[in-house]
Design a protein around this ligand. Structure first.
Ligand SMILES: NC(=O)C1=CN([C@@H]2O[C@H](COP(=O)(O)OP(=O)(O)OC[C@H]3O[C@@H](n4cnc5c(N)ncnc54)[C@H](O)[C@@H]3O)[C@@H](O)[C@H]2O)C=CC1
Ligand SMILES: O=C([O-])CC(=O)C(=O)O
Length: 375
């Protein structure tokens, strides 16, 4: 029996499922959601909306404990615990947003790609369950598990290839790889260096730095050329910042020394993403502007949305790419290809080709995994 604090979901309800919710990211993200989400309701006229958090993990004891603990928090958000014993169906049924931090994290000396074999199996199984239980014409799926560069292609291609109900559902426009932590890091590290250089930034504002490409090493392209502070950075500072954003994950893996990778900063980044989709589905906003790692082609192999046709030749026909997007309730509706035209020479001529050639290998690995699973 799943442990359910508020078992019945009211009619006007919005359900968010977190898969892998007993893990380092899952617990912190679920805490933020349980403690903070109701504040979004205040901005909306849907004050009667009931919010439900459905938490799933293969570790039954752990997820029951986490759910019982969260259920004591005094916010009007119900929580329920799910594990393979009771089935993932109860967790996923009627979910509007599915967030996935399920899978193994890195240890020192490992690359994200070393996680592929285990995590691709997990992601494809969870994808099967999403296809069976969720409304594929509506649900948003946010993939956090690594390697994001390969697992988003696994999620998209597995659902499209192996689940006929996905036909014409547009689900490929609503599966998002979460690269927000790179954006969070770029902003944080730029602010730090500005302070070291004697600038006194406003206490309540952070610099904006677009980050595009993928989510590992040199596939991560932070566009400091598009921040307001480029002219204040010398060449050494710029090089240091780019490297620190590209390898920020390693910094945390090393500091945790065998006890995992970034969890708290990832939960913060993931929370920012979920809030965007939550606000969209509540009707607080009618579109999201955000950067996610998505398929640039749809199920018919044509550009996924306006702007994708212009972006594809600029990114060496990379089938997946993290880029600023406009997203409506139907999914990706516009791809901001112009961000590539605005890159400076170093970003476009040096960083972009390295990114796209590595991305191609990562994407192919995901697609081959699904093909071998299907065969
Ligand atoms: N996209 C990004 O920027 C980031 C991604 N990550 C990735 O997120 C993933 C999770 O990291 P952590 O939370 O630190 O790991 P963790 O090991 O603390 O938690 C993972 C959880 O997933 C659960 N799990 C395993 N298989 C499952 C399945 N089939 N269904 C449901 N749950 C399952 C485990 O029981 C565990 O509770 C890793 O792959 C990590 O590399 C981590 C940081 C940033
Ligand atoms: O580095 C890792 O393995 C986790 C991650 O993706 C990040 O912190 O950016």
């Amino acid at each position: 029996m799943p442990h359910s604090v508020t078992p019945s979901i009211e009619q006007d309800s919005l359900k968010i499922a977190v898969l892998g919710a007993a893990g380092g990211i899952g617990q912190s993200l679920s805490l933020l959601l349980k403690a903070q989400l109701q504040y979004q309701l205040k901005e909306s006229n849907r004050t009667a909306t009931h919010i439900h958090l459905a938490l799933y993990d293969v570790n039954q004891e752990a997820i029951n404990g986490v759910t019982a603990d969260l259920s004591h928090i005094d916010t009007p958000i119900s929580v329920s615990s799910h594990s393979p014993a009771g089935g993932i169906q109860n967790c996923l049924n009627n979910a509007s947003i599915v967030v996935i931090p399920a899978g193994v994290p890195r240890k020192p000396g490992m690359t994200r790609d070393d996680l592929f074999n285990v995590n691709a199996g997990i992601i494809s199984q969870l994808g099967d369950s999403i296809a069976e239980c969720c409304d594929l014409s509506k649900v948003f799926v946010l993939v956090i598990s690594n390697p994001v560069n390969s697992l988003v292609p696994v999620m998209v291609s597995n659902i499209l290839k192996n689940h006929p109900q996905s036909r014409n559902s547009g689900i490929e426009r609503r599966i998002m790889g979460v690269t927000k932590l790179d954006i969070v890091r770029a902003s944080t590290f730029l602010r730090e260096i500005n302070i070291e250089s004697g600038l006194t930034p406003r206490v309540n504002s952070m610099p904006d730095v677009p980050v595009i490409g993928g989510h590992s090493g040199e596939t991560i392209i932070p566009l400091f050329s598009q921040s307001n502070f480029l002219s204040r950075l010398n060449a050494d500072q710029l090089k240091y910042l780019i490297h620190r954003v590209q390898y920020g994950g390693d910094e945390v893996v090393k500091a945790k020394n065998g006890k995992g990778s970034a969890t708290l900063s990832m939960a913060h980044a993931g929370y920012k993403c979920v809030v965007q989709f939550f606000s969209l589905l509540l009707g607080n906003i009618d579109q999201i502007h955000g950067t996610y790692y998505v398929s640039l082609k749809d199920a018919n192999n044509t550009p996924v949305a306006p702007g994708a046709d212009q972006l594809l030749p600029l990114v060496n026909e990379s089938a997946y790419f993290a880029v600023p997007l406009t997203i409506t309730t139907k999914g990706v509706s516009y791809v901001d290809y112009d961000i590539v035209s605005r890159m400076n020479d170093m970003e476009r001529k040096e960083m972009l080709p390295i990114c796209t050639s590595q991305l191609k290998k990562n994407i192919d690995k995901g697609l081959e995994f699904v093909a071998s699973r299907t065969a």
